[in-house]
Design a protein around this ligand. Structure first.
Ligand code: SF4
Length: 360
């Protein structure tokens, strides 16, 4: 259990999308916290609410989505008269377009997305990208990398243009981009996919965030580049005491990166524990089924991986009781389809949302 001070608390967060066919509960009461310097992994199938949760932390839920309940509290370190205080910022109460959230977004809490090409703006050089990354978390293709990076750094740190350029080059060097002094003056389309993703990581890290939200940051990359980028993130985390919220459906990556894991299903956190406990003693049937889908050393390569039976339910017509019951191998008729499981302690620092562990 990580004993570091609290950094971000997510309490009973609910995000809904009000669309023509009804209301989708994309995040339905998510609760977790992240300590300073900790890596928290969030896993689950596509559409389980991982990415919406990440965006809600920064008040970036795309329309017509809306945070309808719960709160996100950011425990910010501030200096006052030479001593350090903690300012408890209720992010969910901030104006999503206001100054305060823009200062946090991209600066104090950085974010990297899955697709660098749609995030990088090709007409900007890498430096130009930094400014846009600050406000929109995108790399703009028509601006030089240098411009985007310099603007991002200067939006969050009091440095001159020349100093910001030096920081940009240093960060590009740290993320392993070859010839960073030259690459900083290139446009995103002149870089490979792996290089663009490294520029995005350099941008996110150049603002010295207290936390990095990494949403499938390596999914589009080949395995060797992925390994390099994960190494870079780990190194920077250790040297800068940065927390990481790591979102992925790749359980192999999460096993390498995370200390604790939240498993999400249909907008709810259904299990939480440290990484070893989740992998070796999973309690929730959904987690167990997810783990069966990981390839094992020694398995014949042609052997098909297990996949979870059934489909993710229709969000407009969710099953009654436990929403996992139509797919659950341990379904208890008359119970699981009638009673909504609550958050139950199933071990030391181990929690699950399942009726197998509840005295009803
Ligand atoms: Fe399965 Fe019942 Fe537990 Fe839901 S509550 S996960 S259906 S055993």
């Amino acid at each position: 259990m990580n004993e570091n001070p609290m950094l971000v608390e997510v309490k009973n967060l609910k995000v809904q999308f009000d669309v023509r066919d009804g209301i989708i509960k994309a995040v339905d009461g998510a609760t977790f916290e992240i300590k300073r310097g900790q890596t928290l992994g969030v896993i689950g199938e596509s559409g389980c609410g991982k990415s919406v949760t990440a965006r809600a932390i920064l008040q970036m839920v795309p329309r017509p989505g809306k945070i309808v309940d719960g709160e996100v509290i950011y425990h910010r370190r501030v200096k006052s008269n030479g001593s350090e205080l903690i300012d408890h910022v209720r992010i969910t109460e901030l104006d999503p377009d206001g100054r305060e959230i823009r200062k946090i977004r991209g600066g104090e809490i950085g974010m990297i997305f899955q697709e660098p090409m749609s995030s990088l703006t090709p007409v900007y050089t890498a430096g130009t990208h930094i400014r846009e990354a600050v406000s929109l978390h995108r790399l703009m293709p028509i601006r030089k990398v240098e411009t985007q990076m310099v603007e991002a750094v200067r939006a969050h740190r009091e440095v001159t243009k020349q100093e910001a350029r030096e920081i940009a080059i240093e960060m590009l060097h740290k993320v392993g981009l070859p010839k960073p002094e030259q690459r900083v003056d290139s446009y995103p389309h002149q870089l490979s996919g792996g290089q663009r993703q490294r520029v995005m990581i350099a941008i996110a890290l150049s603002c010295q965030p207290a936390m990095l939200i990494a949403d499938e940051p390596t999914t589009a990359l080949d395995v060797s580049i992925e390994a390099q980028i994960l190494d870079i993130m780990r190194d920077l985390q250790e040297t800068a005491d940065m927390a990481i919220l790591f979102i992925t459906h790749n359980l192999g990556v999460i096993a390498e990166m995370a200390e604790e894991i939240c498993v999400m299903y249909m907008g709810k956190v259904v299990e939480r524990a440290d990484v070893v406990t989740v992998f070796y003693e999973p309690k929730h049937p959904y987690t167990r089924e997810l783990l069966k889908s990981i390839p094992h050393v020694g398995k014949k390569t042609r052997e098909r991986l297990a996949s979870i039976k059934g489909m993710v339910p229709d969000p407009f017509n969710l099953p009654s009781g436990c929403v996992f019951h139509p797919r659950c191998p341990e379904y208890m008729p008359g119970k699981c389809d009638r009673i909504t499981p609550s958050w139950t302690r199933v071990g030391r620092n181990h929690w699950a949302r399942c009726l197998l562990y509840e005295e009803v």
